[in-house]
Design a protein around this ligand. Structure first.
Ligand SMILES: O=C(O)c1ccc(O)c(O)c1
Ligand SMILES: [Mg+2]
Length: 603
């Protein structure tokens, strides 16, 4: 692994908090952002000592603004400021300072003037054994491209003056970065990495509020990093992310997320060091249940045709099965909706190694004799992710941990498998969760959406494996909920696949299971905007189902009310359809809300 570094500006808290978090996540170094230093109560000497104690180094001090192209009368003040900062760096033990391209209104557009001024500043740095990295801000007044910053560094021709390349400034403006691979390696002093979603907005606002860690956004970080490494750059890979959410999140978690992104980026750039084995399905989902949701879920699963086929040897966990759908109800771990799930892996051990390589927290297993050793890691939201092989004859068969109950089979109601899991994420952990599931499990992005729920905007991202047998839909409130929103958590849900939704609906009705009531307004609109397949219109309304279509087909969905406080079940019949029903989510969420309040819904 090359040397890794993170800018203090990526993290939240006091400077001390940020340094500790960076060290704990395994970074080699930090960039000290000037504002974070100014706000610190500690002297530069104490900060330097703390950095050393933590096993870190300060690889960059930044930013130094509005230096080059200054009118000669102002340049004397620039020199004076630089001398003060070089002294400060001496006290901090930092040897590289970043000058970002000037945004000063009085800056002069003259490359020779800029080069000669930077050369003069580089002399001051060199006298102290220090150096200057010059960065083109995408919104610089006269210098805003990497090519232009290189032209000035080239003209200045000073050994203590080189480039700082920042992926955001380069990629936000251009796809023309291939030429970076041809730069002389000893002229690239520093590399800053940041991704961002593709937004069309003012580039300064975009940069200051929406940057993300590599592979969390839509910029070509892989191509860019390859180009810089191809130039022969061997300095630190440093993350510099300005992000409103990260600024108020737990810095320890953000630092781990950051480190994971660098590992994933290097794997993507140079080839996976620990490839993800093929996944072939969801082996089981485990729901945490309490005194209220337990009986409700048992009644639901029974009505759906599941059989309570096993009881765990050592834990209060029931196994319910139908077709390839396996659900565990765990009454010993508190109510936590979907507390765990297991994926069928071609090589569970290797899946776990991959997860640990990407800094997933391994879960200690309390295993009794004769129980299968399941490898498991914790996802960022605490969900336990197991890797297993369910096929009979496999070495470790987790199903053997369950003693058969002898309960006789029930007639199928059409349920065949778990279709997907919908995991609600804490509002400040969405990008982390997306990168975690995507990189650890080797899944790809499928469908993303954003819609208005009753108490705020919800963002969703579905990810899947190649053959769609593993699908996970993440959702998150875009902002932290306000005081006005009810104190109930954003629910998670489990979606079961049926090959005959009418039959499944009939079985539920016969068992007297209450379904989510969908308002008549929904069906009026559905019929107005959609040519429903013959016979379906009446059925959808009568059954209380929802309908969606995409370029591949259509789907029918049924929803239960929220059980306990956090979980509900969806049943879906896919007829070629590849989506996740996101279009129905606003109405579905409002219906759940109404049902929780006990409101009447007009049919
Ligand atoms: O937003 C800024 O001003 C700013 C400052 C320093 C950087 O390295 C940068 O990429 C942006
Ligand atoms: Mg930068």
């Amino acid at each position: 692994m090359p040397r890794t570094s993170i800018a203090t500006v990526c993290l939240s808290g006091t400077l001390e908090d940020r340094l500790e978090a960076a060290a704990a996540a395994g970074f080699d170094a930090v960039e000290i952002f000037e504002n974070d230093l100014l706000a610190s109560a500690e002297s530069p000497e104490r900060i330097r000592a703390r950095v050393a104690d933590l096993g870190l180094a300060i690889d960059l001090y930044q930013p130094f603004r509005d230096a080059e192209g200054a009118p000669p009368a102002r340049f004397e003040a620039v020199r004076r400021r630089m001398l003060a900062k070089l002294d400060l760096m001496g006290r901090l033990g930092a040897d590289t300072v970043l000058i970002c391209s000037s945004v000063a209104p009085d800056a002069i557009a003259d490359d020779d003037l800029a080069a000669s001024q930077l050369r003069a500043l580089a002399d001051l740095a060199a006298e102290r054994g220090m150096r200057i990295a010059y960065e083109a801000l995408a919104w610089g007044r006269h210098v805003s491209t990497w090519q232009h910053s290189w032209e000035i560094v080239r003209r200045a021709d000073h050994p203590a003056l080189g480039l700082c390349l920042d992926s955001f400034h380069v990629l936000s403006r251009t796809d023309d970065y291939a030429g970076i691979a041809g730069l002389p390696a000893d002229r690239i002093f520093f590399l800053q990495l940041a991704d961002a979603p593709r937004l069309s907005m003012d580039v300064l606002q975009w940069s200051r509020h929406h940057r993300l860690f590599p592979l969390q956004g839509g910029l070509d970080l892989v191509g860019f990093t390859r180009a810089v490494l191809a130039a022969g750059y061997t300095g630190p890979l440093s993350l510099e992310v300005f992000n409103d959410v990260f600024r108020q999140a737990d810095p320890h978690r953000t630092a781990v997320d950051a480190r994971r992104s660098l590992t994933a980026l290097l794997d993507a750039t140079a080839g996976d060091t620990v490839p993800a084995p093929e996944l072939s399905g969801i082996a089981f989902a485990e729901l945490g249940v309490d005194a209220q949701s337990g009986p409700q879920l048992e009644a639901l699963l029974g009505a759906l045709g599941f059989v309570h086929s096993g009881q765990h040897r050592s834990k209060p966990v029931q196994l319910w099965e139908q077709g390839d759908a396996r659900i565990l109800l765990n009454s010993g771990a508190g109510e936590a909706a979907i507390r765990a799930f297991a994926l069928e892996s071609a090589d569970p051990e290797q899946s776990a190694r991959r997860a640990e390589h990407l800094m997933a927290r391994p879960l200690p297993r309390q295993r009794r004799r004769r129980e299968a050793e399941l490898t498991a890691v914790a996802a960022p939201d605490g969900t336990e992710v197991f890797f297993c092989r369910t096929e009979p004859g496999a070495e470790q068969v987790w199903l053997d941990d369950f003693l058969p109950t002898g309960e006789p089979p029930r007639p199928s109601t059409g349920i065949t498998a778990i279709d997907h899991l919908s995991l609600a994420q804490p509002f400040d952990r969405f990008d982390e969760a997306a990168l975690f599931y995507r990189s650890v499990l080797g899944l790809r992005d499928d469908e993303a959406g954003e819609f208005a729920a009753p108490f705020g905007l919800i963002r969703t991202l579905a990810i899947r494996n190649d053959d769609r047998r593993v699908r996970i839909a993440l959702s998150v409130p875009v902002l932290r909920r306000g005081d006005w929103a009810p104190a109930v958590p954003h629910p998670q849900h489990l979606t079961l696949a049926t090959n005959d939704l009418a039959r499944t609906a009939g079985a539920l009705a016969q068992a007297g299971i209450e379904l989510l009531r969908i308002p008549g307004n929904y069906y009026d609109d559905l019929e107005a905007r959609t040519e429903l397949p013959a016979g379906l219109g009446d059925f959808v309304r009568r059954a209380g189902a929802m309908y969606d279509q995409d370029g591949h087909g259509y789907c029918l969905q049924l929803f239960t009310p929220v059980m306990g406080s956090r979980v509900f079940v969806e049943v879906v019949q896919r007829s070629g359809y590849r989506g996740y029903g996101f279009a129905n989510e606003p109405v579905r969420m409002a219906a759940h809300r109404a049902q929780r309040l006990g409101a009447t819904v007009s049919a």
